[in-house]
Design a protein around this ligand. Structure first.
Ligand code: WT7
Length: 652
């Protein structure tokens, strides 16, 4: 960990973004949440969250909003009891919304399914009965390893309904990753599918499960959804979903569980260490994801069509495909495949087809779309869109502008949402009907959230200063611990600063007090004694018309300590060559100051990314320092590093 503080002096000359975009007046006038929410929450934070908890239906009301008697172990809404699945399904059907579409599902090959709330409830009740018939009880853990098909959501909600704790493992992970997660959680059941469609092919999931289960004696049964119809090996633990769920009773009463009943475990992998099983519980989690989905996306459930492009294997899929939207009775689109299959306009085709009004995606996707060219989205009718969200990484101002212009037709607020697997729900984000938006900034903590930027000593930095992002007060959807490892929970998040949650991200506060995320603190570079954030140099590069995407690392340098090495992907129409790289170096120097001028710029065809789309700067540091590569098992595409290394030796 790079523990050096980020001096305000370095940051003062960085990022001089001055563009502002006010909310469209009609949207502001009808917005779900107005500016008053900030004042209300700061007057009485707990009363504010208590009011948001009333969005949900509770079997027993809580007697205490927050129990923080034993920090950092929080309990929210103690004494309260509810059923999470009931809140996402039954109550909507009871309110007469059974015929509303919950999921417009689109398979990659183009097959579709339309699932109403009544249908989804029936499916979840059957699945709940099926799980109980297999001996799964409240408190047991169930691993879910699925493609993006409706049964993935059904499986999660069925677990929630019976009080079993799900652990969803992204369907692209290997045997090592899957078996390690099953073992850590001691899962009794695995729910999977024969496969799913990705990039025009049926990919196999079942064989990975077979190999994993062989290493995991805790697993008693494997429930298999038939999706691709591909050949699968069949063992004695295996059961077809259709045989067990398909024949189960449609009657199932949802029982209430304690507000702190474990809802799910989701593993986040650090760069090297063992994955951490992030534990989320029920009442506080659902309160925050429901409220933030309502506030940040301004969801009008009768008219909006919402689409979050994340995979259900990430926290974004948990909070903003399943629990947030469904607790709000949203109609959403769920898509199985990749954005370039069968053509690079697939996303825009879906928006046109379903008249999607709210889109939530990641900067890595946006930069890819930029690279593919403006003419692709221009060929589709995107006029149904009214709000655009971003999550997962800092969004460079140019990518933000491109998203606003080319996807949002210059009239959709862009909400850049900062949060983490650990925070469970959105923490820092503009409010679409309130905030005058700044390209590249996540701006303000949401009402009821106490986020700060502090220096090395934990003191708040003044406007214009930079440092570490922390959370000063507990929040309803906070992680409760790391599964089975309270010590590691304390060490990782609560030891860096006294009584504050350390998020691991660098941030700066601009002259208006708005927050700009600067990437993980481990990625900050130290050049001639100055701390420079990778995010800011990357944004400067993407600000040049020739560059679609970039990744910047600090490589050891005999003179400056670390020197900046940049990897760039050019836009479709840009010309590679020494002239361009010289121009890019100058462009960075001009934008950020001479100290930030890269020592070297390499044009590459691809960047190494994790499966969730985060750039693996660690591997690029290895390349820049001409070391052999470290662990590459979490790389999305194993061939990328070879392409980059070949480019290096050919002297590009
Ligand atoms: C890390 C958390 C939150 C769901 C998806 C990622 C980075 C996330 C932003 C943003 C700048 C962001 C941070 C954070 N991050 N959103 N809007 N601006 N950085 O969840 O895998 O737990 O990753 O993603 O570095 O700490 P995750």
């Amino acid at each position: 960990m790079n523990d050096t503080p980020i001096p305000a002096s370095t940051l003062a000359n960085l990022l001089t973004e001055t563009r502002r975009f006010d909310p469209p007046p009609a949207l502001a006038a009808a917005a779900n949440v107005t500016v008053d929410a900030y004042a209300e929450a700061s007057a009485d934070r707990l009363a504010f969250w208590e009011k948001q908890a009333d969005r949900l239906t509770w079997a027993t009301k809580w007697d205490r909003v927050l129990d923080w008697d034993n920090p950092p172990f929080a309990k929210w809404f103690t004494g309260g009891r509810l059923n999470v699945a009931y809140n996402c399904l039954d109550r909507h059907v009871e309110a007469g919304l059974g015929e509303r579409v919950a999921i417009h599902w689109e398979g990659e090959p183009g097959d579709t399914r339309t699932i109403t709330y009544a249908d989804l409830l029936t499916q979840v009740k059957k699945a709940a009965n099926a799980l109980e018939s297999l001996g799964v009880a409240a408190g047991d853990r169930v691993a879910i390893y699925m493609p993006m098909i409706p049964e993935a959501a059904v499986a999660m909600l069925a677990c929630a309904r019976i009080g079993a704790t799900h652990s969803v493992v992204f369907g692209g992970f290997s045997v090592d990753a899957l078996s390690g997660r099953i073992q850590d959680a001691d899962a009794k059941l695995v729910i999977t599918a024969d496969g799913g469609y990705r990039r025009g092919k049926a990919s196999d999931l079942k064989s990975t499960v077979d190999e994993s289960v062989a290493l995991c004696p805790s697993v008693e049964k494997v429930l298999v959804v038939r999706r691709t119809g591909g050949e699968v090996a069949w063992g004695e633990k295996d059961l077809w979903w259709d045989d067990v769920v398909g024949t189960a009773s449609e009657e199932h009463e949802a029982r209430a569980f304690d507000a702190e009943h474990p809802l799910f475990i989701l593993y986040t992998s650090g760069t090297t260490a063992k994955p951490k099983g992030i534990l989320h519980t029920s009442g506080g989690y659902l309160t925050q994801v429901s409220y933030t989905h309502h506030a940040v996306f301004d969801l009008k459930s009768e008219t909006d069509v919402y689409w979050c492009g994340a995979d259900i294997g990430w926290v974004t899929g948990h909070s903003y495909i399943v629990y947030g939207p469904m607790s709000n009775a949203a109609t959403q689109v769920m898509y199985e495949g990749t954005p370039d299959t069968p053509h690079k306009g697939r996303y825009w085709e879906l928006i046109e087809k379903y008249r999607i009004s709210i889109l939530y995606t990641a900067p890595t996707a946006i930069r890819t779309f930029m690279k593919w060219g403006d003419d692709i989205p221009a060929g589709f009718d995107l006029s149904s869109l009214r709000i655009l969200g971003s999550v997962g990484e800092p969004i460079n101002p140019e990518a933000w502008m491109w998203y606003r212009e080319h996807i949002g037709g210059n009239n959709c607020p862009v909400v850049d949402t900062w949060w983490q697997t650990e925070t469970g729900g959105i923490m820092v984000s503009p409010l679409p009907g309130v905030t005058s938006a700044k390209p590249g900034s996540a701006q303000r903590p949401l009402p009821g959230i106490d986020v700060d930027v502090v220096d090395d000593q934990g003191r708040s930095v003044p406007n214009g200063g930079g440092g570490y992002l922390v959370i000063r007060e507990p929040w309803p959807s906070m992680l409760r611990t790391i599964w089975g490892d309270d010590e590691r929970f304390i060490d990782t998040y609560w030891s860096r600063f006294d009584s504050m949650y350390f998020a691991g991200d660098g941030a700066k506060r601009d002259d208006d007090g708005d927050i700009w995320l600067l990437g993980r603190v481990d990625d900050v570079m130290l050049v001639s004694g100055h701390n420079i954030s990778t995010t800011e140099v990357e944004s400067a590069l993407v600000g040049h018309p020739a560059v679609a995407e970039s990744a910047v690392v600090g490589a050891t340098d005999p003179v400056t300590g670390q020197a900046i090495v940049a990897f760039v992907i050019l836009r479709a129409d840009a010309m590679d060559g020494a002239e361009l790289t010289a121009a890019l170096r100058d462009h960075v120097a001009k934008t950020l100051g001479p100290i930030a001028k890269p020592r070297q710029i390499m044009v590459v065809p691809e960047l190494p990314k994790t499966r969730s789309g985060k750039i693996m700067r660690r591997l690029l540091r290895d390349v820049a320092e001409r070391r052999s590569l470290g662990d590459v098992t979490t790389l999305q595409d194993q061939t990328v590093m070879q392409l980059i290394a070949d480019g290096m030796t050919s002297g590009k």
